[in-house]
Write a protein that binds this ligand. Structure first.
Ligand SMILES: Cc1cc2nc3c(=O)[nH]c(=O)nc-3n(C[C@H](O)[C@H](O)[C@H](O)COP(=O)(O)OP(=O)(O)OC[C@H]3O[C@@H](n4cnc5c(N)ncnc54)[C@H](O)[C@@H]3O)c2cc1C
Length: 425
């Protein structure tokens, strides 16, 4: 009986998931495993750990996959405090000949991939990672990765002209698993009760089923997508933007599925600037994924992608705490930071403003802010988070030399009636 470990990473779903399909097609016995993430943030900012909202969304997403796998008579084994290479021993213990997983783009995750492949080679375990996280596979990019443009617009134009988004793949036929043959502990995720703040822009839980419902909600059910371009810079509520990001970050929904549903919506109903704009934003996500893969650990260095621009900002714990707790002298920044700590979410407009304020007004090292976002955001994704922070710090892929937001001007423009600030005062 051919056996493999199916290693779920940030692809917590069954639909359009190439590692899942490959594992169930190629192997008779599939053992699904998940390594519960160890918070990776270190440094001098006291930011280790996960915020409550981030942890809750992650746990809900894992539990949802556990429930799905159980419905097929299988199980998702959630393993704690293990390194990726420990999976080799688990494979050997279970007479598995292979480990199958999804490709990740950020540095630590790619190091895991390399290490486990090397260890697999010396232990006789076949290790294979399949792409599922992006609209395009690396082979389809119209340039080799090292030639990825350093400016988004150039990237966008090239892929729009030369690359086609890959179609989704049919759902795999899952098989059951005789758990009596498994020596791993089985831990069903227990959710910690977390009272939802009724002001939350993300009033739903994590998981594949909810993610697919949200796509249907934003497109067909409400048609909110049709005015996305006009509303996307707003600050309050569920509907001004898609809120797909937490599902995309954990892979509860496939970005190609979102694209396909968008195209279907355009065919059946209407296509306008807003429907295009959602695709445009997905291309931003796409871009940062490839930037992360190309630049590896540079994404996390103080000078980022710009060795010619050494960091000049410093660190002041007290000022940093004021920013985190929403007690600076800027009410707009404070309201956004309160929303983040209460819900684990913040609008894109809010993120740009609070990041700019921390770096350019408070003079604090961008990495402290990025680490705090990493701790808090329910949609935390290393490529998008560090890519955006570097961009705002002027050490990433921004053609402009300096990007500072005037937070007072921004508050007047985007919150003229002070509805947002009074909601989060
Ligand atoms: C400092 C900073 C940190 C950020 N950290 C993250 C992060 O950790 N994870 C994350 O997913 N996004 C991050 N973003 C990008 C963006 O703010 C969120 O993706 C967006 O606000 C999520 O809301 P939405 O799903 O409703 O977005 P929508 O406006 O509906 O956009 C649709 C999708 O496009 C993608 N997208 C949109 N804008 C961006 C962008 N600027 N960069 C990358 N992808 C984008 C997301 O996948 C999003 O779900 C960050 C932005 C800034 C300025």
């Amino acid at each position: 009986m051919k056996t493999c470990l199916l290693w779920f990473r940030n692809n917590l779903r069954i639909h359009d998931n190439s590692p899942v399909s490959y594992a169930y097609e190629q192997y008779d016995r599939v053992i699904p495993v998940y390594l519960y993430p160890k918070p990776t943030t270190t440094g001098d900012w006291n930011e280790a750990g996960f915020g409550d909202s981030r942890k809750a969304f992650l746990d809900q997403s894992i539990l949802d996959l556990q429930v799905t796998l159980e419905s097929y008579g299988s199980r998702l084994y959630v393993l704690r405090n293990l390194e990726a290479v420990d999976l080799i021993q688990i494979a050997l213990d279970h007479n598995a000949e292979a480990i199958i997983g999804g490709v990740e783009m950020a540095y630590n995750e790619t190091v895991d991939q390399k290490n486990i492949k090397a260890e697999g080679k010396s232990s006789g375990i076949f290790v294979k990672f399949l792409e599922e996280r992006t609209l395009f596979n690396e082979r389809q990019l119209p340039f080799v990765l090292q030639k990825l443009p350093e400016v988004f617009t150039k990237f966008r134009k090239l892929v729009e002209k030369n690359s086609t988004v890959l179609p989704t793949i049919p759902a795999a036929t899952l098989s059951s698993l005789d758990s009596s043959t498994i020596t791993l502990p089985y831990e069903k995720i227990k959710l910690t009760a977390l009272t939802k703040d009724d002001r939350s822009a993300v009033p739903f839980e994590g998981g594949e089923r909810q993610g697919l419902k949200e796509v249907a909600y934003y497109f067909k059910q409400t048609g909110h997508i049709l005015k996305y371009k006009e509303t996307r810079n707003e600050l309050l509520g569920r509907d001004y933007s898609s809120k797909f990001s937490p599902f995309l970050a954990l892979g509860c929904i496939s970005v190609r599925q979102v694209y396909e549903d968008l195209k279907q919506f355009e065919q059946e109903f209407e296509s306008n600037e807003s429907t295009y704009w959602l695709f445009f934003e997905l291309l931003w996500r796409e871009y940062f994924q490839w930037v992360a893969l190309k630049h590896g650990k540079d994404l996390f260095l103080p000078q980022g992608l710009r060795p010619d621009k050494p960091i000049t900002e410093g660190f002041n714990q007290k000022a940093f705490e004021r920013w985190k707790n929403g007690t600076t002298t800027d009410e707009f920044v404070n309201s956004n930071m309160r929303e983040l700590s209460e819900t684990g979410f913040m609008s894109n407009r809010g993120r740009q403003n609070v990041a700019s304020y921390l770096i350019h007004d408070m003079g604090i090292d961008w990495r402290a802010g990025a680490a705090h976002f990493e701790n808090q955001l329910i949609d935390y994704d290393p490529a998008s988070n560090y890519g955006n922070w570097l961009y705002l710090a002027g050490k990433g892929n921004d053609p402009r030399p300096f990007r500072k937001f005037d937070t007072v001007f921004q508050a007047n423009r985007y919150d003229p009636e002070k509805t947002f600030t009074s909601t989060w005062s």
